[in-house]
Design a protein around this ligand. Sequence first.
Ligand code: PHE
Length: 437
Amino acid sequence: MDKKQNWNSSLGFILASAGSAIGLGAIWKFPYIAGQYGGGAFLLEFVLFTLIIGLPLLMTEFSIGQTGGTYSTAIFGKLTSNKIMNGIGYLGNITAFILYSFYSVIGGWIIIFIGYYLLGSVGLIKEDIGFFPYMTASPWLSLLGQFLFIAVTGHIVSSGIENGIEKASKVMMPLLLLLFMIIVVRSLTLDGAMAGVKYFLVPRFEDLSGEGTLYAMGQSFFALSLGTTGMITYASYTKEETNIFSSAGWIVMMNLLVSVLAGLAIFPAASALGIKAEAGPGLLFIVLPQLFSKLTFGTGFYILFLILFLFAALTSSISLLELNLSNVIKGREDKRRSAALWLSFAVFIAGIPAALSFGVLNKVKFGAGTIFDNMDFMVTNIMMPLGVLLTTLFAGYVMKPEQLQRVMPKGFHFWYALIRYVLPVVIIIVFISQLMG
Ligand code: PHE
């Protein structure tokens, strides 16, 4: 594979993988799942899973990627000369494909919201708090948003991802953090905010459940893009001298920070405004317009927020598409454009039922809830943990320790013991305890 993509610099790799991690997972999904599974208790479990499993696993995926240096359906076999191992790569690719198909629905909502507020069709934000149900009830608006989100992602990926993302990230990410801080302050100073702060930060242990624990573990994988081979793919584009060890720590911290900021923006405001924390996937889209309407120049700030939010979602969807695409083109860069086009088309079709789950198909419920909920449940709580489990077993028992040691220079034996003995055991226990309720 001579013509493969490469990052221009180590910073390019860090920004791109942080971009892949930080997205809808931390900003949109984390608050609504935390709201459904007990607030503080969920936060605590999420932080523990992120540090104990997420961090070592991220380092492991990075080292697999950097050492193997090829696309993810070939890399596991290449590292061990055992082709069967490539099954882990195929599983990751299928997971990523399904994930992208419903991810694009939420990305689409952001685009529709931007359009709506830009056109200002109904005037000030204050009066528009009913727009979310209107948008989700309309099949055409939902599908239009999803289509546009996929089209923009496809366009960026088809021109090659290393150019542009790096430059844009340097401005957009810090701006997003800054804007988050502003809204956190506003949220915390609303009358009645304290109840929300307590709900989010103080764990009530009676809220712990096998199901909640599974969701917390799944969320920690989702938010770090683990178990899909996405991080393996990005690391395979690095050169030897890139320090993936410190990159992993940095990405984990950023991701935790954004999740906590999102929670601190949403829960206090929700309690002050009398919106239920259990509102589900619409939580952020219902709470934030009302919160922004309480800021001076609220509409302007809200539009800016939506644009930054969209950017964060796009840097994640780009990684989802890129990982599938790299396995289709297998280094033949001249195929990039056509592969981006037909993969995007396939994802759009696969995502239609998810897009309609909030409107015309909202009565169709089984298992975890709507069609959307079930796709999400299958990916986040079953396929990703399975991918993570297989990856950690692969690294701990199939790869040679020297292959990992090169990229985990500090405290290697500690990481290696975690990967071999702690990670697989914890994941299996969480699965079993969920089955027992
Ligand atoms: N981590 C991304 C987010 O939180 C989602 C993602 C998962 C991206 C898996 C790539 C691979 O938005």
